[in-house]
Structures are given as structure tokens and as C-alpha cells.
Design a protein around this ligand. Sequence first.
Ligand code: ZN
Length: 134
Amino acid sequence: MPAHMKELSVRTSQREEMIDITHLVRDFAKEAGITDGICHVFVPHTTCGILINENADPDVTRDILDALRVLAPATANYRHVEGNSPAHIKSSLVGCSKTLMLANGRLCLGTWQGIFLCEFDGPRHRKVWLQVVG
Ligand code: ZN
């Protein structure tokens, strides 16, 4: 891996879940040694995503997953033979990356915000690529 980059390995345990990875991103930003810049968070997968939202009340992530299930129901007239079209659609809606500001060595997040790896087709091993640019 080039300098200021890191690959996280995250094991998901359910078909669909949102895993708070804020502390892992925060730790990496600290160890990268760059105090002011941006931190990029990216998942190289087509059936998971990266989302920033509330990490205080776990019902928020449950509601988000429920709402995504309404947008991309388990069964519909999908063409993709793998049978995981809902996961591909949810990944497309959520997106596979986020860019955060880094100031004075700290990740800039709101009080209630956390960074989540969203699993839509688990359980699997997922990679998260991080890069800090100063
Ligand atoms: Zn597929």
C-alpha cells in the first residue's frame, strides 16, 4: 500500500447491517500523521456501501435499512442472474465512498455522526480502503 493508505478488513455477520467504522477511520487518520487535509473512505465492492449518519440511536440504522428495502424489495422483476439485485441497487443508492475533512489531526464529524459500512449481501469479508491527503 502507498504511504497514507490503508486497507481495513471488516467481517460482516448478517445479510444486511450497518457497521460503525468511525473509530477505525479515526485511528487511521491519527496514525497517518497528517493533521490537515482530507480522508477518503472507499469500498471496492458492488453490494455494500459507505454512509454517514446518526450512530447514537441504533433504531436510525434499522430505519434506514427498512427504507432501502422499500426502495429495492427482495423480490421484483430483476434480471441479474446472481439473485442479489436488491443489494446492487442499495449499494448504488448509498454510494461506495465518502470524503471527510481532517483538521488539527481530527476527523470533522458532527456530534451525532458516524461512518458506517453498509452490508447488503452478507455475511462476507469486506475491504475498506482509506487514504489521507494533506
Ligand atoms: Zn450480483
